[in-house]
Design a protein around this ligand. Structure first.
Ligand SMILES: Nc1ncnc2c1ncn2[C@@H]1O[C@H](COP(=O)(O)OP(=O)(O)OP(=O)(O)O)[C@@H](O)[C@H]1O
Ligand SMILES: [Mg+2]
Length: 238
């Protein structure tokens, strides 16, 4: 079981209320997209869920236990691509394992076993600057998966990619998460991206972020149903 429940979380930073009473959840194996306007508080919400910062009010439950303000339970890919420029792909990806105290040789072996799934086989000795944007994002994703494949927080992972690469990454990521049965929370500004990936979508308000609406999607949604949903979501984001 891999699930997250966020219960009535609020947060004020530097006298600015950023999060207002957000409750949401991700169930086992579910792909949940958080869609919200720029600057509304999405990344702050992820900092709270990952345990990097404490909410003022509210709790975060992971697999039934209270993990509010405690790290170590979720894989978190932050908004900025944080690959280290001075390290090659293999070392960058191995970082979470090395930080956990894994022996270097064993860590590299685990990285090697996963490179093919992430389209990085043969590129382990390359440096981030020698990779395409899509490859860099896949390397950062694999590093996140190295920490855990069970619960993933992905903050706009494809925002910097061109439309075609981004579409390819959507198909690839969706398949990957299904095969690993990962529970995913995925932040985006992009409605098309949300409709492409989500089992469920939360639409957030302007700052302070609160949940404005929630939509369930399924494989059987027709094109016209998705178009209708797009219009509804657009009107909520205005
Ligand atoms: N450490 C901090 N101290 C003070 N204010 C902060 C801090 N982190 C974020 N904020 C403020 O909180 C608000 C929300 O920021 P956040 O990064 O969570 O938004 P976001 O929805 O992720 O934005 P974007 O869509 O641009 O990624 C912003 O106004 C920001 O200035
Ligand atoms: Mg953000």
């Amino acid at each position: 079981m891999s699930e997250v429940i966020v219960e009535k979380v609020s947060k004020t930073m530097d006298d600015l209320q950023v999060i207002a009473n957000i409750s949401l959840s991700v169930k086992n194996g579910e792909f949940v997209v958080i869609l919200g306007p720029s600057g509304c508080g999405k990344s702050t919400l992820f900092h709270i869920i990952s345990g990097l910062i404490m909410p003022d009010i509210g709790r975060v439950y992971i697999n039934g236990s209270d993990w509010t303000g405690k790290t170590g339970q979720v894989g978190y890919m932050q908004q900025k691509d944080l690959l280290l420029a001075s390290k090659n792909v293999q070392t960058n990806i191995a970082i979470p394992l090395l930080l956990k105290g894994e022996e270097t040789k064993l860590a590299y072996k685990k990285v090697q076993e996963n490179l093919a799934d992430f389209g990085l086989k043969g590129f382990e000795n390359y440096y981030p600057r020698e990779l395409s944007g899509g490859m860099r994002q896949r390397a950062a994703l694999l590093r996140t998966f190295m920490f855990t494949k069970d619960i993933l927080l992905l903050d706009e992972p494809f925002a910097s990619l061109d439309a075609i690469t981004r579409r390819k990454m959507h198909l690839w990521l969706k398949d990957l998460c299904i095969s690993y049965n990962s529970s995913v929370l995925f932040i985006t500004h992009d409605i098309e991206e949300a409709l492409m990936l989500a089992d469920r979508i939360y639409v957030l308000s302007n700052r302070p972020a609160s949940v404005k609406a929630e939509f369930h999607l399924n494989l059987h949604n027709s094109f016209s149903e998705k178009e209708l949903l797009k219009i509804k979501i657009l009107s909520l984001l205005e």
